[in-house]
Design a protein around this ligand. Structure first.
Ligand code: PLP
Length: 386
């Protein structure tokens, strides 16, 4: 069997190698603590599970779903966008249900990108921005990201001739993996840049509701001109502890949303309507569960940052996301450090280089592990240093 040329362009999945080593250790009976993947450890809030239990008994939900999402779910999306961001959108033309936002991000490439096109991706970022382009036979152009520019992808460094060939620019703030948040001014400049060069601005807003210390994350659609060029991806996975349910949505410019909808209409047949019913309850019901979850992550963040500093690592407390992005000791690369702590401390951390070469020198620690285990992990790491 020979895979497609495009498939063979992908590098191994970021977590595949780590998973293999972990499995080998666990087979030997070793207790491994994973601070790797960002997968909430706490259950989905009870009122959402209850809504699902009811919805699953409704025979109407047993038939094919509407591929674009149920009317009820798309209205819940519009209600959420209005309440949360004061953004008014038409649920019929500007909202699309997704089987998780990862699916929507991957399929946006199918909708908009031809072989040979350019897709602008952050130099450090969620891998699907780039892999979606590679699977289309397109090329990616990295936008520089570093501590000096506050991890804000530098689209202005993209030369005009490259920008002219670019179809999509991906951004995502609050940012996975760096935890960075963007300024109003940055979002405004990004919209201007995409309007000037006729590029679709795809904003991944998976962490907008997981913010701390009073920071409130915006929607890109709340800035003037965004409705002309932008599509924004939201996920229920992280704020509502629903990663296993596979539900998200895309909102924004009607033509872009329609193009993505056409792809989905031809590839999948929509998410189980019962899941959409439960997700509608999540979006429009009480949000205390999200506030409680933020309090938990903020506390864990402080525990981890303090513990990392105590062992001499230069950790900064992020204002959002479920990750602490921290520098590794000078004498090691990200991958060496990750391997070192897995072998010596039996702790999994994600090497920053897995998110792009510019992530070299950093690791990402996920806060989706109970406090005692997080602290034990940091203590174990301490014993392996110096
Ligand atoms: C988790 C994550 C997603 C995907 O979420 P799903 O809705 O579960 O597919 C998208 N973007 C970023 C940056 C994420 O961290």
């Amino acid at each position: 069997m020979k895979t497609s040329t495009n498939l063979s362009r992908l590098s191994p999945y970021l977590f595949a190698d780590i998973d293999k080593k972990r499995a080998a250790l666990e087979a030997r009976g070793v207790d491994v603590i994973s601070l790797g993947i960002g997968d909430p450890d706490r259950p989905t809030p009870a009122h959402i599970v209850d809504a699902m239990a009811e919805a699953i008994r409704n025979p109407v939900n047993h038939q094919y779903p509407a591929y674009e999402g149920s009317r009820r779910y798309r209205e819940a999306v519009a209600t959420y966008m209005s309440r949360r961001f004061d953004v008014d959108l038409d649920p019929d033309t500007q909202a699309l249900a997704l089987i998780g936002s990862k699916e929507g991000i991957a399929n946006l490439h199918v909708a908009l990108v031809d072989p040979g096109d350019v897709v602008l991706v952050p130099a450090i970022g969620y891998p699907v921005y780039a892999t979606g382009a590679l699977l289309r036979g397109a090329t990616t152009r990295e936008m520089a990201m570093n501590a000096e520019n506050g991890w804000l992808a530098d689209f202005e460094s993209v030369p005009d001739d490259v920008a002219a060939r670019a179809k999509i620019m991906f951004l995502g703030y609050p940012n996975n993996p760096t935890g960075a948040v963007a300024t109003d001014e940055y979002f405004r400049r990004a919209i201007d840049f995409c309007r000037t060069h006729d590029i679709v601005l795809a904003h991944d807003n998976a962490y907008c509701d997981l913010t701390y210390d009073g920071y409130v994350a915006p929607s890109i659609l709340s800035y003037p001109g965004a409705e002309e060029v932008a599509i924004e991806f939201f996920s229920l996975s992280k704020p509502y502890n629903m990663t296993g349910w596979r539900i998200g949505f895309a909102v924004g410019n009607p033509d872009i949303v329609a193009a993505l909808g056409t792809v989905k209409n031809n590839i999948d047949s929509g998410q189980f309507t019962a899941v959409q019913d439960a997700a509608a309850v999540a979006l429009t019901g009480p949000q205390t569960c999200v506030a409680d979850q933020c309090a938990i992550y903020a506390r864990r963040r402080d525990l981890v940052v303090d513990a990392l500093r105590a062992i001499g690592l230069d950790a900064q407390a992020p204002q959002a996301t479920i990750y602490v992005w921290t520098k590794v000791p000078e004498e090691m690369t990200s991958a060496q450090f990750a391997e070192h702590v897995l072998e010596r401390a039996h702790v999994i951390v994600t090497p920053g280089s897995g998110y792009g070469a510019s992530g070299e020198g950093y690791i990402r620690i996920s806060l989706t592990t109970p406090d005692e285990r997080l602290l034990e992990a940091v203590e174990r790491i301490r014993t392996t240093l110096g």
